[in-house]
Write a protein that binds this ligand. Sequence first.
Ligand SMILES: [Ca+2]
Length: 559
Amino acid sequence: MLIATCAAAQNGSESPNIVLIMSDDMGFSDIGCYGGEINTPNLDALAAGGLRFTQFYNTARCCPTRAALLTGMYSHQAGIGLMTGNKNLPGYRGDLGHNVLTIAEALGAGGYRCYMAGKWHVTRFTSPDGPQDNWPLQRGFDRFYGTVTGAGSFYDPATLCRGNTYITPVNDPQYQPETYYYTDAISDNAVMFLGDHAKQGPDRPFLLYVSYTAAHWPMHALPRDIAKYKGKYDGGFAPIREARLKRLKAMGIVDPGTELSPQSDDWEAVEDKAWEARNMEVYAAMIDCMDQGIGRIVAEIERQDQLDNTLIFFLQDNGGCAEGYGRYPPHKPYRTDLKPMKPDDLQTKIWPPMQTRDGRPVRVGPGVMAGPEDTFIGYGRGWANVSNTPFREYKHYSHEGGIATPLIVHWPRAIAPAQHGELVREPGHVIDIMATCVDVAGVKHPSRFGEYEILPLEGVSLRPAFSGGPLHRTDALYFEHHLNCAVRDGDWKLVRKGQLGRECKLLPWELYDMSKDRSELHDLSKKHPEKAAELSAKWESWAARANVKPWPWNIEEVD
Ligand SMILES: [Ca+2]
């Protein structure tokens, strides 16, 4: 610890504070500064005073993105190629490995104080009875408020913890708002951590990881926020998609020649238009509320006069979600014998059948108007297709609709005013965030941490881009999740889908020139078979090196 304290002292006041904000299950063009009609003035202001990356990538799903973000490694190297189930293979243990370091472990060793509010989701051990060795406090964070698992009610989140202790919204003496809503709880606790930091350790820089569950299903939002979007989506999918693409082109985020991906669903064929429009109103309200919380976090940093030397990132963990959760009638009639929960009773369910704390059944399916705590609805494929405008596919897939995310970077001290509002067009990946953090903090990414050997970082620092320079990347970027595979090498992208099932299949590779066809509509694999073969060989080599293989399934390759 003496060495760590010295490292902090050497960096002195130059080490920036770092705020890493990630949202959940949102599409490329949802927020205002990426073409969306959703009101996000606080994110837009960060973009206007900082940089936006136009080709930044996540890993297409909650757990692997978090594993890659936290460690700077491809998710399979961190043990989380899939989700949190254990397949007894190095790349698929469903639990963060000890061969990798978290950002909090690396920065904490360099003298940072590290705080986290929100969703963790990188361990298969979520029980309050342990083991807890891969929970936030055991992986480098000094304080944690949030959920260990990946989803659930916004009014009564399952696995809600303060530190290592399970709590409920009702029995937590440190946070008793008038109305409990998880997005607000994450924002408010983040602000509390910052306030306490100013009192307790103002001489040390801080890392704050804010991991929102907005706008993951269920579509839960507060009436005050939903009201702002009343009627906004009554015209259906197509007008919103067209307007978003137009704005993306005007902003220069996509090329003027970018085509719109095929429309997934026909609004005219939607039977209950009021229900579907409401789903999107609530989705927009969830994002609006998150943006308000980001505003409160930034205001607290400004209040402490720290904004100039605080590096803020905002990004999303995967594309818009086309999953069907909550969109079908219940399998069984709702129970009529439910009892109110006591203050210490834990919510154990992350999806229905479940109940509200006051003893009502949580309702699902068409006609149930999303928003309140006794509803559980997903916004569905049609709106996910809108969220991912102009791209193809969704969360889970390695096409752009699954893996493309906004990345906003704000750091007044390092990004010159002439650069403010600029776009960075070079591709980047969530593996680059850790490399950037250790670079700007001036701390080492060690080859040994305690008793463990640590793998060298895969990502590169984004810092050169902050002053308009090129990144020092020497390899392509690689992707695999659920058999959906891709490699991005310069302007070329090779991508394929997989099918999981009784017979797992790998579908043929598709090849795209991303400089002309970001929407992946014109497959060039037949025209440039040599390029496809070259990239496929690169992907195979990476897959063997990065624990993607051996696969946890028996797989047939389809030509
Ligand atoms: Ca997600």
